[in-house]
Design a protein around this ligand. Structure first.
Ligand SMILES: O=P(O)(O)OC[C@H]1O[C@](O)(CO)[C@@H](O)[C@@H]1O
Length: 460
C-alpha cells in the first residue's frame, strides 16, 4: 500500500545541522586538521575584528542578529502587496541577486509547484539570469494572460543581463496594466545611492530596498534580496533568520573548534586541497536541493577562485547523477572530494507496496519507506566513493524547513570567509568576473568602449 502523510513534527528549535568529517581521515591526518584548528580560530577572529582582506564587505557577519522585527514586517507587508495582486512574480537578477532566493524557494516548494491548481501562493519565475532570447520570448508568452509583478534585484544596478530583462518585462507590464498600476507591482532592490536601477526606481517611485554597501551579492540572501522573494513565495522569513542567527551564535570565535562547524569545514576542505583534492563535489540525495548547490557554487567559486588558486566547486544530484557522473567520481582522476548534503527526515512518507506477482523482484522492500531505500543508496555511495579514493564530508540537515536552511546558509557563509582566509585570498571580491564583461561591451561597441571595440575587432 502507498501512503503519503506528514511525519510527526519535532520541535525544530532543539535540533541543529551536523558535520561529520570522519571519512576524510584516510586521506588527511587528524593531526593536520588539529594543527589547522588554531589557524581557523585566528581567521574567524580576523573576520570579526574586520582586520583581514576585503573587510569592507563583512556586513553579512551580523545580519541575522541585526535584522529587526520592523525590517521583517516591512518585507512581509511588501510581499503581501505582490501576493494580493499577482498570480506570477518574476524575480529579475543574476548570481547572488537570485540564487539565494531560488535555492530556498526550491528547497521548500512542492516538486510540482507550478502545476498546482487552487494556489495559495504566486508562481515565482526568474529572469535576467541569462541572455537567452528564447527564454525571454517564452517568458513573455507565459506572462501574457497572467497578472504579474516584478522584483528587480541588482546590487550594482548596472549588470547587463538583469537590466536587459527588466527593460523588456517592464514594457510588457506597463502595456498590460498601465504605467501607474505597474509602479505598484514593481519592487527594486539595489544600492543605497548609485547605479542605473537606483536612479530608475527613484524616478518611477518604485518601492525600493537597499542592499547594504558592506554586503556582497553572494552573501546577500539574508537581506531583502533573498527575503522578499522568499516571503512572496509564502515561506516564513522569520524562521529563516532565526536559524541563521542560531548559527551566527554557534560559529562565533568564542565557540571552541570542536563545536564550531564552520571552522571545522573550512580547515578540512583546505587540508584536502593541500593533498591535491582540487575539486569539491556537493552531492545531494534530495532533488529539492539542486539550487542550494547552485547558490553554494557561486558562494565558494567567486570567493576562492582567484590568484590561480582555489577549489573548483561542482555539484551533483544523486541518485540521478550516479547514472551519469557516478562512473567518473568512482574511478576518474583522484583529485576530488565529496561533501554530501543529507536530509534526515523527508516531509512525507511513501511505503513500498506489495505486488502479488513480484515480477520486479521488489517485494523484499514491502512496507519500507522510499526514504529508507534512498538512505541505503546514500550510505552505499559514501562507502563506495571512499573505497574509490574520494574523501567524504557529510552535512546532515534534520529536515527541509526555513529554520534549518537558515542554519545551513549562515554555516556555509561563515565557513567560506574562514576558508578563503586560510587559502590566502580576499574572499569578498570578484575581479575576474569583469573580463568577459569588458569583452562583451567592446564587441557590442558600448559607449565608452570604442577603443576596446577597435582592438577586439582585430582579434576576430
Ligand atoms: O547584483 P548585481 O550587481 O547585478 O550583480 C550580480 C552578480 O554579478 C556579480 O557581480 C558577478 O558575477 C556577482 O558577484 C553578483 O552576485
Amino acid at each position: 500500500m502507498v501512503t503519503s502523510k506528514p511525519i510527526n513534527k519535532f520541535r525544530e528549535m532543539e535540533k541543529v545541522i551536523s558535520l561529520n568529517v570522519d571519512k576524510v581521515f584516510s586521506f588527511v591526518n587528524k593531526s593536520d586538521i588539529q594543527a589547522g584548528a588554531a589557524l581557523a580560530k585566528q581567521y574567524n577572529e580576523t573576520l570579526h575584528k574586520g582586520s583581514g582582506k576585503g573587510s569592507d564587505f563583512l556586513g553579512w557577519l551580523n545580519l541575522p542578529s541585526s535584522i529587526t522585527d520592523a525590517d521583517l514586517k516591512d518585507i512581509a507587508d511588501t510581499a503581501q502587496v505582490l501576493r494580493s495582486k499577482c498570480e506570477v512574480v518574476v524575480v529579475v537578477g543574476i548570481g547572488g541577486s537570485y540564487l539565494g532566493a531560488k535555492s530556498v524557494i526550491e528547497a521548500l516548494s512542492n516538486s510540482f509547484d507550478w502545476l498546482q491548481k487552487d494556489r495559495k501562493n504566486p508562481v515565482i519565475v526568474y529572469a535576467g539570469q541569462n541572455i537567452g532570447e528564447d527564454y525571454v520570448s517564452e517568458l513573455i508568452a507565459y506572462l501574457a494572460d497572467k497578472s504579474f509583478g516584478i522584483i528587480n534585484i541588482s546590487k550594482s544596478g548596472t549588470t547587463t543581463e538583469p537590466a536587459l530583462s527588466f527593460r523588456i518585462l517592464k514594457g510588457e507590464l506597463e502595456r498590460k496594466v498601465g504605467k501607474e498600476e505597474a509602479k505598484s507591482r514593481i519592487v527594486a532592490i539595489t544600492d543605497a545611492a548609485r547605479g542605473a536601477l537606483h536612479t530608475l526606481a527613484r524616478k518611477e517611485g518604485y518601492k525600493m530596498y537597499v542592499i547594504p554597501d558592506n554586503v556582497g551579492g553572494r552573501f546577500s540572501v539574508l537581506t531583502p534580496v533573498g527575503l522578499l522573494p522568499i516571503a512572496v513565495a509564502g515561506f516564513d522569513i522569520q524562521k529563516l533568520v532565526q536559524g541563521a542567527a542560531f548559527m551566527e551564535k554557534n560559529t562565533a570565535p568564542d565557540v571552541p573548534f570542536e563545536k564550531n562547524l564552520a571552522e571545522q569545514y573550512a580547515v578540512t576542505r583546505n587540508e584536502l586541497y593541500k593533498k591535491g583534492k582540487k575539486i569539491e563535489i556537493l552531492a545531494n540525495f534530495n532533488p529539492k536541493l539542486h539550487f542550494f548547490a547552485e547558490w553554494w557554487k557561486q558562494l565558494y567559486g567567486e570567493s576562492e577562485g582567484k590568484e590561480n588558486k582555489g577549489i573548483f566547486n561542482a555539484a551533483v544530484d544523486f541518485t540521478t547523477d550516479l547514472h551519469s557522473m557516478g562512473q567518473w567520481i568512482q574511478e576518474g582522476e583522484r583529485s576530488i572530494f565529496e561533501t554530501v548534503l543529507s536530509v534526515a527526515n523527508p516531509a512525507n512518507t511513501v511505503l513500498v507496496p506489495k505486488d502479488e506477482e513480484d515480477l520486479d523482484g521488489l517485494n523484499f522492500l514491502v512496507g519500507k519507506r522510499v526514504d529508507f531505500v534512498n538512505k541505503m543508496a546514500e550510505l552505499g555511495t559514501q562507502l563506495a566513493h571512499v573505497d574509490g579514493g574520494v574523501p567524504n564530508i557529510k552535512i546532515e540537515i534534520p529536515e527541509l524547513s526555513e529554520y534549518y536552511l537558515g542554519q545551513l546558509i549562515y554555516f556555509f557563509e561563515k565557513a567560506c570567509g574562514i576558508s578563503g582566509y586560510i587559502l590566502g585570498v580576499n574572499p569578498f571580491d570578484q575581479p575576474g568576473v569583469e573580463a568577459y564583461k569588458k569583452n562583451m561591451f567592446a564587441l557590442l561597441n558600448k559607449p565608452g568602449f570604442e577603443k576596446d571595440h577597435e582592438e577586439i575587432q582585430k582579434r576576430l
